[in-house]
Write a protein that binds this ligand. Structure first.
Ligand code: BDP
Length: 619
């Protein structure tokens, strides 16, 4: 699915700004048929939950309504007019005046409607978008709605981050010519000093297509005729982690000599491969340093914000992170574009978080229910999950920064039914994109001995909290447990391991000379204990700390104003652990300013020796 862009044949209008806003209970039936009667206004993009002081809005379960007037530019007489919503969390309905023009389920991927037949160039229309935040056992992510004794509907769910909702990303109006480019798919390869670019351009109706590749200076370096083919770039500059380089594939639809549509798709030339226990980018071993993150900031909730975008990437660079996972849903496209431009590596995750009723039982003390059953995660859930995978890959397939798909976070992979559930989803993922490795992030309860799906995947992504939820405050035991656990996975599966989550809640300003959970010292010591283990195990090819920053959660006694496992606070100030991580990761990257480190080193020293067959495993 193409990102809307302004080109010589297309125009793009942002509909961001302040819209009228109301919750369903405050308006009459069919609120899209008239001006919304409300005093409230809500900014787009932003989650609506934290904007207002009224807790009934924050806790509302169901539909809310956004409305504004939109004028179609008067020059768009001969064009198709398309409305695009980057995200409506979790379900959206779009009305142009009284007409429903689009409906979409899935809170973190875009959808569009061709509204040409409902609008006129130069005229205004009433645009109303309904957004529903409900999660059920057949949505991704899943949840449950209950009704309290006083009649209020309440939403519960199986993940800890707050269920922010609304229009958290941009809304656009754009024009395309009648015959237009509908999609572009690019797969790159490296052949000595040349790059290969397999491309496919889909058009609205069969048409004559020409493509050209421009380098970063705008010079043409390859061209071809036809809607699909393979191009060669001599003396290619590959896209590398930490050293991004982007080309543009300019696709044109021709009518005789006339260019009737043109679209420029940025791409990078790079390869990704899993070979034995290594993760290779451009044929070279890559060691992931970085975080699981969240789209989460005060007031905006999950609302995309370019200032936080830039600042967060600055902090990641400062701390020496070369990568992150889009835990636990696809992030705004602006985030991936930025990662493409700056050489940051991304593990791109679907919103399939919480397919795990054992975690619910653990937290509530209630008897465990089976995760995979007709009443819980079932065939309809899997259909929604399949759709989430389709939409993720359709949106993100051309991003060089995306090196792996993560199709679920902490599913109950050790339970009966997991294999039947996941096998078709994995097949689908590989069919849609045969070029990228696929993983899921394994929950604590899933061990090398009882996990039922790990052999199907390419990389073992393991979430572990030894020293936090298990062996709390006892880092000696934690270190031993973790080592035994990881060695079990390494021995059984012989695949690369990424520690996809490890972390400890920490209140900034709390200190102790002892190993006391919640202190800044403990977070640093906890991470160091984990790192000692990673450095002793050659199969470990990456470490993603949970979490980049503190983030908001639903109410509960397990959290103090949110999840505090951030290495940065919610307002992005470093805790002590950030400085410790910075020292380690800059050393791993070989980019420590002084000290003569081996600039090419991609692995922690111990692991590297072992991979090289030199035996020494301890630091
Ligand atoms: C893991 C989840 C993550 C949580 C984390 C935690 O994957 O979403 O935030 O635990 O408890 O189980 O901090």
């Amino acid at each position: 699915m193409l990102k809307p862009r302004s080109t010589a044949t297309r125009e793009l209008v942002s509909l961001d700004g302040t819209w009228r806003f109301a919750v369903d209970t405050a308006v009459g039936e069919r609120p899209w048929t008239a001006p919304l009667e409300t005093r409230l206004e809500a900014p787009v993009p932003a989650s609506y939950n934290d904007l207002f002081t009224d807790s009934a809005i924050r806790d509302h379960v169901g539909w809310v309504w956004y409305q504004r007037r939109v004028r179609v530019p008067r020059g768009w007489t001969d064009d198709r007019v398309v409305l695009r919503v980057d995200a409506a969390t979790h379900q959206g309905r779009v009305y142009v005046d009284d007409v429903l023009v689009a409906e979409h389920v899935g809170g973190y991927t875009p959808f569009e409607a061709d509204i040409t037949n409902h609008v006129r160039a130069g005229q205004e229309f009433r645009l109303t978008i309904g957004v529903n935040n409900e999660l059920t056992n057949t949505t991704i992510p899943p949840g449950t709605i209950t009704v309290s004794q006083d009649g209020r509907r309440k939403q519960t769910y199986l993940h800890d981050f707050y269920n922010y909702a609304g229009l958290a990303r941009s809304v656009w109006l754009y024009s395309v010519p009648a015959v237009h480019i509908a999609d572009v798919t690019i797969v790159t390869g490296l052949d000595g000093t040349s790059g290969t670019v397999e491309y496919e351009v889909a058009t609205s109706t069969p048409a004559h297509v020409r493509v050209r590749v421009l380098d970063a200076s705008g010079a043409e370096v390859a061209e071809s005729d036809g809607a699909s083919g393979t191009l060669r770039i001599e003396d290619v500059t590959p896209w590398r982690p930490g050293a991004a380089y982007l080309y543009d594939l300019v696709a044109e639809v021709l009518d005789g000599d006339d260019v009737v549509d043109t679209y420029a798709q940025p791409f990078g030339v790079r390869t990704v491969e899993v070979s034995g226990t290594r993760f290779l980018i451009n044929g070279e071993p890559f060691y992931f340093t970085g975080f699981g993150r969240h789209e989460d900031t005060p007031v905006r909730g999950k609302g995309h914000d370019d200032a936080y975008l830039v600042h967060d990437f600055q902090l990641m660079e400062w701390v020496g992170a070369n990568s992150f996972r889009t835990s636990h849903y696809p992030y705004a496209e602006e985030v991936l574009d930025f990662a493409d431009r700056h050489g940051i590596v991304v593990i791109d995750e679907t919103a399939a978080v919480g397919l795990n009723l054992a975690v619910e039982a653990g937290l509530t003390g209630a008897p465990p229910r089976p995760t995979f059953s007709p009443d819980t995660v079932n065939d309809d859930t899997r259909a929604a999950h399949a759709q989430a995978i389709r939409e993720l890959i359709a949106r993100d397939k051309n991003h060089p920064s995306v090196v792996m798909w993560c199709i679920a976070n902490e599913p109950s992979s050790n339970e009966e039914g997991a294999r039947e559930y996941f096998e078709p989803l994995l097949e689908l993922t590989r069919k849609l994109d045969p070029t990228r490795p696929v993983c899921y992030a394994a929950v604590m309860f899933a061990t090398a001995a009882n996990d039922g799906i790990a052999d199907l995947f390419d990389v073992l992504c393991i979430n572990r909290y030894y020293g936090w939820y298990v062996a709390t405050g006892d880092l000696v035991t934690a270190e031993a447990y973790l080592e035994g656990d990881l060695r079990g996975w390494a021995a059984k599966f012989g695949k690369p391991i990424i520690m996809s989550e490890y972390g400890a809640d920490t209140l900034p300003g709390l200190h102790s000379v002892w190993d006391q959970p919640w202190t800044e010292e403990y977070q640093a010591a906890y991470l160091a204990a984990n790192h000692r283990v990673f450095d002793r195990i050659a199969e470990v090819v990456g470490e993603h700390v949970w979490n980049f920053a503190d983030f908001q959660t639903s109410n509960g006694i397990h959290r103090v104003d949110g999840n505090r496992k951030g290495v940065f606070t919610r307002d992005r100030r470093p805790k002590a652990a950030a400085h410790a991580l910075r020292a380690r990761w800059r050393e791993i990257a070989g980019s420590k300013p002084a000290g003569g480190q081996d600039a090419a080193r991609q692995f922690p020293p111990g692991a590297r020796d072992e991979l090289n067959g030199e035996g020494g495993t301890a630091r």
